[in-house]
Write a protein that binds this ligand. Sequence first.
Ligand code: ADP
Length: 460
Amino acid sequence: HVREADKNDQIEHILGKFKLSKEYLNKVMELMLEEMHKGLDPVTHDKADIKMFPTYVRSLPDGTEKGDILALDLGGTNFRVLLINLDSGDIKVKSKVFLIPQSIMTGSGIQLFDHIAKCVAGFMNAEKLIQNNKEYPLGFTFSFPCHQKGLASAILATWTKGFDCSGVVGNDVVEMLQEAIDRRGDIRVKVLALVNDTVGTLMASAYNDQNTKIGLILGTGSNACYVENLDNVKTWDGDRNDPKQVIINMEWGAFGDNGCINFLRTEYDTEVDKTSLNPSKQIYEKMMSGMYMGEIVRLIILDLWEKELLFVGHRDHSWSTDYRQALYTKGSFYTKYVSEIETDSGVTYRHTKSVLEQMGLDRPTYDDCVIVQYVCKLVSRRAAQLAAAGLAVLLNHINAPNVTIAVDGSLYRFHPKFKKNMEKAMQMLVLPHIRYQIVLSTDGSGIGAALSAITAPGFK
Ligand code: ADP
């Protein structure tokens, strides 16, 4: 048996790299700012990891907007149709979730958009929006990588998340949706804006709080957008009239793809990346978002078990095969477990025990629980600190006296300490004269798409 003190030293040594110093975080900030400049300059844009796409969303809501707007939210297996009623600061939302059958996810693009248009028509019928023959504006949240040509024009770069409809990549998805709607002939709908989920989140929050200048997603993946001064956007090809600003979709998850943050990465990060669907892509995202956090924790626990530093009591027992099986299965440690484990604050470790037992890791000892919780804390705190470094870059760059940051995503929403850890790190990194608050933007993607439509120049 390894002596207790040695054991703790070894664990500390193995996990040491998850503790990020202020110097490391400052270095991350410096590198990210450099990448942002590269992304915004046409000369260096192609080489930039952070693409800094201009979204064509220029006007932010001021809270006086009124009207009924439709919104579509497509980004996974389910998609939602929403009717948003805005009434000078007051928002009412009606929505319905529709399933996209597998056959449509991998069928033709025409079939996909016909299916979507059919769901919109079904929703409008149910909500009695057809009788008055009025034309409804629609905002489309489409969370797939697109090259935008205008507020209502977006060329799909590639499908992700299990979608693979033929004849869409390289085409304008707004046009395809509008054509499908018009083909039906029974509904009057005009697609006025396409946004991604970060922009939706920012816009939804801006309706009630005009200081909102940053939108952040911490869910399956991570991404951010912010309001940038047009003078700084050298890649901008539109007019330079008022408002002299545009929301930039950073696609910040790809930060580090050129290896610049390798000094921070651990062997576990490398392993997560290697076994992922997109090796050597989305390096920053893989260190901090929901799709990967549980997996990082699993790999550490497995390593500690193999080094005889964890679940020691079960080593020679017949249960050890089950332990092996649970720990060796990729994806078996869900990110929601990290949240559950970190809810334990006393000495009973009720949630931690329950999670380990759900995984088939029976009868953990007190020490096992302490160590597993410690691993979760270090991994989630590092994630919060990395997100904080990104936000601090934006706050210092925007350099406005008072900024609201709108956040959405299940990791941020449900992890018990994410916000607190993020704020703690930001206190160290944000310039002292800047005030900021971080708010949860519920239902942001739908409401934000509707607001992007209603503030679009074409809206009457
Ligand atoms: P998306 O980003 O796909 O739009 P979500 O914001 O719901 O959707 O994020 C889903 C991600 O959030 C998943 O990767 C999942 O692991 C993670 N997640 C879900 N529940 C929790 C939780 N309770 N605590 C932490 N992460 C969670």
